[in-house]
Design a protein around this ligand. Structure first.
Ligand code: S3P
Length: 417
């Protein structure tokens, strides 16, 4: 694994650029848009609600904003994207008319009361289907600002509340004891909203108008993660990823890699579009086990399956706890990782909220892994394939395109020497 690469634009930031651009005045130019199954669902969603989006290039969009209360009522298929469904709920509660939000077989069973409950407290009418999608929202012009501490540490829930707060009367404050990704608050501030972010809370005031102008989307840290972990595991590797988003609320994996003994260097630090960006280089080291608890989880929530793989190659027993949220991602990632890595020869035991993983003396044997329709599990399988003795066959490998079309080609480009 040797090379210098860039990865597609950040998925979380791309979703937000389209949604906030749709609520804005005039044109928003989104550069470095991370086009994928999930972000395309967001583009199609705002189009279904009357917003014009021009595909200027594969990684460039122009969103012609409809204004803060200008979306047209309608039905949206959020497909596989939990981020879209939750953020869009916060957007449409403040619009006029009725909205139906549905999703695919992976999204439908995921919990939606976590957004419905706080939004109802704001005066919104949100009906779930026994706690799940499809959702029916009757928009209201009379939302109230609230102070709320969501039941789970979730950037999606926080973002839904903040977006609803733009169209509310009075101030909206979300308290979070464990910090989650803050892309929404950064982008709202860039669009001219009055946002105050503190260590454990964020406040938004009702907005008159938003104007984003231009968003430059950095590379997606979560898409870089499989390459970084592969570089830590495959002997002789030296991989550098450039123009990468290194928002400190996203880069928990770098701390874990360093703690476990990989060689990590972050350089060429700068800011782009209100977000920190850098180049990140990873080389292998002698890996040792580590402990990860609830406080660290939001900073690497989507990377935890990869951490389980790292731990399978580390000396000692690694314990990951406080990650019950993994059970309600695109699939139950606790069980998918336990079954998947065990089938490759790893020693993994599932806990209600994580795993214990004991490193195996040599490399993993390899075998077959079922992605279970989950993009992160498919990419985990590919990295496990590179670090194993016999390679890994991935069932449902195509699902990687939900977040990262071109993933296998990019991985191959640094694998061939
Ligand atoms: C996301 C937040 C996280 C993450 C997801 C994207 C976001 O979910 O797992 O992939 O863009 O806000 P939660 O907020 O549910 O933890």
């Amino acid at each position: 694994m040797v090379g210098h690469v860039v990865v597609p634009g950040d998925k979380s930031i791309s979703h937000r650029a389209v949604l906030i651009g749709a609520l804005g005045e005039g044109e928003t130019l989104v550069r470095g848009f991370g086009r994928s199954g999930d972000t395309q669902a967001t583009v199609d969603a705002v189009r279904a609600l009357g917003v014009e989006v021009e595909d200027a290039a594969d990684d460039e969009l122009v969103v012609r904003g409809a204004g803060l209360r200008g979306l047209r009522a309608g039905a949206v298929d959020c497909r596989n994207s939990g981020t879209l469904m939750r953020l869009l709920t916060g957007v449409v509660v403040g619009q006029d008319g009725e909205f139906t939000l549905s999703g695919d077989d992976s999204l439908t069973p995921r919990p939606m009361e976590r957004v419905a409950v706080p939004l109802r407290r704001m005066g919104a009418e949100v009906e779930t289907t026994e706690g799940h999608a499809p959702l029916l929202v009757r928009g209201s012009g009379a939302l109230r600002g609230i102070d709320v501490e969501p039941e789970v540490a979730s950037a999606q829930v926080k973002s839904a509340i903040l977006l609803a707060g733009l169209n509310a009367n009075g101030t909206t404050t979300v308290v979070e004891r464990v910090a989650t990704r803050d892309h929404t608050e950064r982008m709202l501030e860039a669009a001219g909203a009055r946002v105050r972010a503190r260590a454990t809370s964020v406040t938004v005031e009702p907005a008159g108008a938003l104007r984003l102008g231009e968003v430059v989307v950095p590379g997606d840290f979560s898409s870089a993660a499989p390459l970084l972990v592969a570089a830590a595991l495959v002997p002789g590797s030296d991989v550098t990823i450039h123009d990468l988003g290194v928002n400190p609320r996203r880069t928990g994996l770098l701390d874990v890699l360093e703690r476990m003994g990989a060689r990590v260097s972050v350089f060429e630090r700068r800011r782009a579009g209100g977000e920190p960006v850098a180049s990140v280089q990873v080389q292998p080291g002698e890996l040792v086990a580590t402990e990860i608890g609830a406080d660290e989880v939001p900073g690497l929530v989507d990377e935890l399956p990869l951490v389980a793989l790292l731990a399978s190659h580390a000396r000692g027993e690694t314990r990951v706890t406080g990650a019950r949220e993994l059970r309600v991602k695109e699939t139950d990632r606790i069980e998918a990782v336990t079954d998947g890595l065990r089938a490759l020869g790893a020693r993994v035991r599932s806990l209600p909220d994580g795993w214990t993983i004991t490193g195996v003396p040599a490399r993993l044997r390899g075998g077959r892994i079922d992605a279970r329709g989950d993009h992160r599990i498919a990419m985990l399988g590919a990295v496990a394939g590179l670090s194993s003795r016999e390679g890994v066959a991935i069932e449902g490998a195509d699902t990687a395109a939900i977040s990262f079309p071109g993933f296998y080609e990019l991985l191959e480009s640094v694998t061939r020497r």
